[in-house]
Design a protein around this ligand. Sequence first.
Ligand SMILES: *Cc1c(COP(=O)(O)O)cnc(C)c1O
Length: 365
Amino acid sequence: MQVPLNDLRRTTATVADSRRAAFSRVLERGSFVLGPEVDGFEREFAAYCGVAHCVTVGNGSDALELALRALGVEPGGEVATVANAAMYSTLAIINCGVTPIYADVEESTLTMSPSSLAGVLSERTSAVIVTHLYGRLADMQALRAVARSRNLPLIEDCAQAHGAHLSARRAGSLGEAGCFSFYPTKNLGALGDGGAITTNDRALAERLRSLRQYGWDRKYHVAIDGGRNSRLDEMQAAFLRTHLPHLDIQNARRRAIACAYADRIRHPLIRPLPAGGEESVAHLAVVRSAQRDALRIHLERHGVATDIHYPIPDHRQPVMEDQGRRISLPVTERACAEVLSLPCFPALEDAELDHVITTCNTWVA
Ligand SMILES: *Cc1c(COP(=O)(O)O)cnc(C)c1O
């Protein structure tokens, strides 16, 4: 049996007919950028997240960078983030002319540690970006308390956590701004690139609408510094509107898969990350092993595709050079050497899931 890590053909097949209808609708209307589909999606996604405003942009990386700019982060200074989330937040910070500083992560969840955050903030820090890694909400209550005590805006990186919620509050409504990616493999995915920022702050939303379109406050009138072209197109917005009604059901299936791994993988050298709870939407199902590379080869031999999210911590990336070498983040560094992602997508079949679990349990290390 061959089990893929993900299979977008299967996931999109469930909404193929409504996507064809969406395609025709947009084609026939003849409006392709910032039209009624984008308006409709922004309204529907804001309502879904439980916020007042959603501003769509070209991708999740732009969402992070424009959120920093709109919150008034100026060149110089520092922004705090984590180093185990594939450089996305680090790049947004660097692109704003700011130095990234890193909090270590919690051993149990691999999301930002509130006490580590408190230890790295300084007078020069102007914002915090928290990543809901693998689809699990970070400890927002404690992280907000730390950010509040310093009067710092908190940006959620929700690119892996569409729909995750804590009591009644969803990802994207727990900080000053929530940044989303709609890259095709994300829990809510377009058929190309896309992104959005959610917020309850009307003035912030207005600045973002300017920044995504050349810095215009009105047509051909550039009033806001740092603008660019970063818009979601009508076709992608229409596709996202067909996917959104299925998101909760798909997230429930992802969660059930991650729970099955957590409950049924019984091996002294494999530790699944905690699963379950509405605060996780299991974007990825991740296990840890000190012998990760050997486990990966074993799974591959038995037809099970895996990947590593992510192998290199941000401060060890080549572009970070000397600045990164001086930083030590023990929990982050150990995790990067041990994490392995198992197949997890809504259309994964039970027989495939069983095969992955059996293959893990019969591994002779
Ligand atoms: C995918 C992702 C991004 C970047 O989104 P793009 O749309 O690819 O630019 C940012 N943060 C996290 C955590 C992601 O998983």
